[in-house]
Design a protein around this ligand. Structure first.
Ligand code: ZN
Length: 119
């Protein structure tokens, strides 16, 4: 998949820690860029096989995807248009694979240049 074995192991280890399991791991993360309803954070466990930069965008409210309101959804589309153009991929993980299903987030990926050469 998108993470190397080493990165997967590191993430699995972290998911067992008290720090990860006390409260929402996403709510605790530092903000890189903040909007009205959304903020961008760094991913500590990047998709290192494909990404040279891996950030995430999430609603400031602790809310699952089906709880987003119309204003939040509208702002997300605005942000996509204006601020997310430098990313190569915006990935939404489906429910089966989400490790933090309670707090909606999209993965923002700038791909490794080696991937571009393959295509
Ligand atoms: Zn949260």
């Amino acid at each position: 998949m998108f993470r190397s074995k080493e990165m997967r192991d590191r993430y699995d280890e972290c998911k067992k820690s008290d720090e990860f399991n006390s409260g929402c791991a996403l709510c605790k993360k530092d903000t890189i860029q903040e909007f009205r309803y959304w903020r961008i954070v760094l991913n500590d466990f990047p998709y290192d096989r494909i990404a040279r930069v891996h950030n995430m965008i999430l609603p400031i409210r602790h809310i699952a995807g089906d709880g987003l309101n119309a204003e939040e959804i509208a702002e997300l589309f605005e942000i996509k248009k204006k601020y997310l153009r430098d990313y190569d991929y915006i990935i939404e993980t489906s429910n089966q694979r989400r490790s933090i299903p309670d707090h909606f987030h999209l993965h923002l990926i700038m791909s490794k240049s080696s991937l571009d050469e393959e295509s």
